[in-house]
Design a protein around this ligand. Sequence first.
Ligand code: SAM
Length: 436
Amino acid sequence: SVIADRLSTFLGTGIYRFEGSNTVFIDPVRVLNRSYTRFRVSPSAYYSRFFQSKGPTGDSRVPNNSRKRKRKDKKTHALNLREQAADERHQKVKPLLLEAHGSFLGARDLLAVMETLSGGNEFSGKEWLQNVEQSFVELGSVWQAPLYEITLNYNQDDKPTHDGGSSCVNYGEQRVLPVFNNLVVNEAGSDVEAELLNNKYIIPKESGFFMSDLRQIHNLIPGSSLFDLLQNELQYIFILPAAVSDCGFNLIVIDPPWENSSAYQKMKYPTLPNRYLLSLPLKQFVHAKGALVALWVTNREKLRVFVEKELFPAWGVKYEATLYWLKVKADGSLISELDLFHHRPYECLLLGYCDGDIAYSKCLSRLRPVLHDQVFISVPGDYSRKPPVGELLWEYVPGPKPPRCLELFAREMIAGWTSWGNEPLHFQDSRYFLRG
Ligand code: SAM
């Protein structure tokens, strides 16, 4: 019955922990659904890439190209120094990944429900065709951008989560707010339907977004109203203020649009040169008691070296550990061969601590040491969409709990998080949701 318990926990939370191992299986749809009250994430839309669904975003690139890639990868050219270093890293982590995959394949209860993850075929191709997907990146870069407004339609039955304060809404109210360069927050305890240019978006409970070009972040001058808003006001919205000085974020997840990625990726979103990342004033958003910073990286050796030698030091982040996201298909097999040089079936999440005020920095050393070599397994969603792993990191976060969470370069929203990027509403489009 321990096994039955584990499965029922998974069905309720979307998280399956393997006994005696550092491995966790995640169903992002179930995890995300905990942010919603009246809507739910459409499993067939989420999983259109690796389940045999007829979704128009169904991406058959991986299987189609694999033969060609294999041939290319087998080409026996001598590895240059950087490739050797990358290969060394890979060889080191390989046993860990094989063991994690082995635990996963051994969990028969879990494998038995794998095929059900993508739901029935509630996928409405018609709705997808009718809705034209909004390009927020384009919309936000035209001169009219400041004029675009989003309408939040609060539900009659919504109950406020916190009383008092200026952030209280009258339920059943409609709110019209600038959508770009503005902090838009749903502080209610239930999700809200929003409208923007004839498209509908679902905003999770207790969440906010800031849609802007992060290259403009330096225009947020400390002391300016926008900066204050981001640093101070968020706490009134999500957590009752403990102390006035108690502001900033203590869990920060960053998935940058790294340059030098494939042409296919460039079609999907703009990339950002490293110098912009180096000048990101991360420290200004860190809580007084410090923050756990989680950074997604690709497997390119040059990038790993850049992060370890330049980016983390520039941000004042001390490297702690690497976690691995292992990608599987619906049948449980890896999405590509483990040894394919340029198409590894895993990605890395680098963790580090950023100190807050000096006075608190001792707290960090007393913090439970971050577990190295954790592996989380999931079936990937849309191209370069990461699984929501934030809550798996909670126990390593310094400062207040539940943590104040910030995601940079976000394309989706989660309850309790502020999503900042040039398209944080991307996956909030109502086409990714089902009612009830
Ligand atoms: N973690 C996301 C997910 O799971 O869906 C994927 C993030 S993707 C790697 C990078 C994002 O950064 C894209 O949405 C891209 O449009 C955005 N981006 C690119 N340049 C940006 C900029 N200058 N300011 C803000 N966002 C930017």
